[in-house]
Ligand binder design. Structure first.
Ligand code: SAM
Length: 275
């Protein structure tokens, strides 16, 4: 790939998704975009860059961006945020009462393990939630992973990563060598394609936001922009969870860390509300 076509593709992907591609990732680009070149009958990356600027470029740009996302995920990833969520939910449910559903959002949900982990916690805690309903939304920029998340079908390898055996037995059925999430759990979640760089206001207000292991791929101004947009969608007593390598420090003062909790944040000025 020539430096010119790399620079063109990197700029396009960044403007569409926020993902920053470093020059040393040229090889990764070549590997991931190879199938697109083949499918489109393009000789090289110069030809791809040209096609991206021509008619139909928009659809192709979507495919290129999707191909460059990293969709690694696992059930109950890193443990701690999910333990914190278990402690948080009864209080939040009591504050909402039976008439108002709790709204939880797995932003950048990839293939759905995070949203299904949240759903399993809600199912387990149901007796302590006083009849409070819960809606979970899972979103991702990639249509391919949103489709997979909706299907709720996982390989043996995927269920072996982080999913306790008792929850596998309780919520999954084995079908044709894959593990299918049970209908009652699937019904708790709506999966939708959504770009974190787009206006988040149409998604509404959330009590809990998981935005984990996606900001690491963005530059500082993009991280700040997404964090501020999320703070605006977070309920006053709500909590935002970030990934282990992510922080709000130096990016925004609209969110502050919960004392003693790494990776869990509340809106600034709401100290007494989210324990
Ligand atoms: C590494 S996965 C993280 C999955 C899950 N949150 C976790 O921690 O296991 C990152 C996901 O972010 C998505 N993504 C990247 N840029 C995005 C954007 N601008 N808007 C929404 N999703 C995005 C990718 O498609 C990918 O599925």
């Amino acid at each position: 790939m020539t430096p010119r076509s790399f620079a063109f593709i990197a700029a396009l992907v960044k403007s569409r998704s926020g993902l920053v591609l470093a020059a040393e990732q040229g090889y990764m680009l070549e590997t991931r975009l190879g199938p697109i070149l083949k499918r489109e009958g393009l000789a090289d990356f110069e030809a791809l860059a040209e096609r991206l600027q021509g008619p139909g470029g928009h659809r192709l740009a979507e495919a290129v961006t999707e191909a460059l996302t990293t969709n690694e995920s696992s059930f109950f990833r890193d443990g701690r945020p999910f333990e914190h969520l278990r402690r948080l939910l009864p209080g939040l449910a009591a504050a909402r009462g039976a008439g108002m559903p709790l709204r939880l959002w797995s932003a950048a949900c990839s293939t759905g393990q995070e949203a299904y982990s949240i759903a399993m916690i809600l199912a387990e805690l149901a007796p302590q939630l006083g009849g409070c309903r819960a809606d979970i939304l899972g979103t991702d920029i990639s249509q391919a992973v949103v489709t997979r998340a909706r299907q709720g079908r996982f390989s043996q390898f995927e269920v072996q990563r982080g999913l306790p055996a008792r929850l596998l037995v309780r919520h999954f059925r084995q079908e044709e060598g894959r593990w299918q999430v049970a209908p009652d759990l699937r019904e708790m979640i709506r999966f939708e394609r959504w770009n974190l760089l787009a206006d988040l206001r149409p998604l509404g207000r959330f009590d809990v936001i998981f935005c984990r292991n996606v900001l690491i791929y963005f530059d500082a101004p993009t991280k700040a922009r997404v964090l501020e947009a999320m703070a605006a969608q977070l309920a006053p007593d709500g909590v935002l969870y970030l990934g282990g390598a992510e922080t709000v420090l130096g990016l925004t003062d609209r969110l502050v860390a919960l004392p003693g909790e790494r990776g869990a944040y509340r809106r600034a000025g709401m100290a007494a509300l989210a324990g």
